[in-house]
Ligand binder design. Structure first.
Ligand SMILES: [Zn+2]
Ligand SMILES: [Zn+2]
Length: 362
């Protein structure tokens, strides 16, 4: 049996539909039939040539699928739920070795020295099927797997193993306290998830910034108290609006999820004395920004960055969606659907900014 996949051959080139043999399932491995993948900002960066990828590659790492074949010892998920053929599952975006310096000594399995990331590795060698833009994907040992309850739709679950789990890690890392006033720079998938989760974690005022009105509307629907279209205000006005909305002091926390390094210095200016700044969106090289060290010291600012997440963050994200999917319209964030043959169109639409999240249903 063979599986079709949309293979990326380099920026500016069309995707090529290729066929790969289904891999032999090793112990602890799982073969999954892909139900849906969504195009993430990172996929777009690769497609646009903003960051390098090992070619040829099957992109797509926000995936939901159903079990086709279970390897020996992979019959339970992280929570102990039994797994069987046909069950829908989500899984961590990466597999860690569990043995290296970062896995064992520094509690950073998300930065494992031998990290494997779905949708980020070449498809040149077996088991080939490493990404979501395919009919099947092979899940390796070292991946955190969660069974998906029936009440959740594919649309609600597909983006959680990248966008939402990353946000969970971010909020834990920067430490959200009850009553924090928080600015979210960027109301894309990460930003919307951050807004929803900040609300649940007891943030006082949530202010979302973006250049797109549709995104800001989503931000309001997911719980933002105030939204500012930074295309319609100049930087000085934006800064004074944020100050006014935070009692004249500035925000306790500012979260960068826009992927635009240009917004960082302004975000740091929005902080109160002793404020915390969290960098999530700069996941491509040369994301340089200018910063006045004087401001960082005299305002006693904390700046933190995060990348990827740990298994528990995905578990927490899944729980969050189970608890709140009747309250938040997660379904509607997937605004368009395409099949594998239409992947070029899907990426073009995604890059145009006309869609919120684009789903590929193979
Ligand atoms: Zn992603
Ligand atoms: Zn490791």
């Amino acid at each position: 049996m063979k599986a079709k996949a949309a293979v990326f051959l380099g920026a500016g080139k069309p995707f090529e539909i290729q066929e790969f043999p289904l891999p032999r399932v090793e112990p602890e491995g799982i073969l999954v039939k892909v139900r849906m993948s969504t195009i993430c900002g990172s996929d777009l960066h690769t497609w646009q040539g903003k960051r390098e990828a090992p070619l040829p590659i099957i992109l797509g790492h926000e995936i939901v699928g159903e079990i086709q074949e279970i390897g020996e010892g992979a019959d339970r998920d992280v929570l102990g739920n039994p797994l069987a053929k046909g069950d829908r599952i989500t899984w961590t975006i990466m597999a860690s070795c569990g043995k290296c310096y970062y896995c064992q000594m520094k509690q950073l399995p998300q930065k494992c020295l031998y990290l494997f990331k779905y949708g980020h590795e070449s498809c040149q060698n077996p088991p080939y099927l490493n990404g979501g833009l395919a009919e099947y994907i092979y899940i390796r040992p070292g991946t955190g797997i969660f069974k998906i309850p029936e009440e959740l739709s594919d649309e609600e679950v597909t983006p959680i193993n990248c966008a939402l789990a990353t946000v969970v890690n971010g909020l834990e890392t920067i430490g959200i306290e009850l009553g924090d006033n928080v600015v979210v720079q960027g109301a894309g998938m990460l930003g919307i998830n951050a807004v929803a989760m900040l609300r649940e974690r007891g943030a006082e005022k949530i202010i979302a910034l973006d250049i797109d009105q549709q995104r800001l509307k989503f931000a309001e629907e997911f719980g933002a108290d105030e939204v500012i279209n930074v295309n319609q205000t100049n930087p000085t006005e934006t800064l004074s609006l944020v100050k006014d909305l935070t009692g004249g002091y500035g925000a306790d926390v500012v979260i960068e999820v826009s992927g635009s390094p240009g917004v960082i210095s302004q975000g740091i200016e929005m902080l109160r004395v002793g404020g915390r700044y969290l960098l999530i969106g700069t996941v491509f090289p040369k994301a340089n920004f200018m910063l006045d060290g004087y401001v960082v010291t005299t305002k006693t600012i904390t700046i933190k960055g995060i990348h990827n997440y740990q298994v528990r963050h995905l578990g927490e994200g899944l729980d969050f969606v189970i608890r709140t999917h009747n309250k938040h319209p997660f379904n509607r964030l997937i605004t368009h659907r395409f099949n594998l043959q239409e992947v070029d169109q899907a990426f073009a639409l995604s890059a145009s900014g006309q869609a919120f999240r684009v789903g590929i249903v193979p």
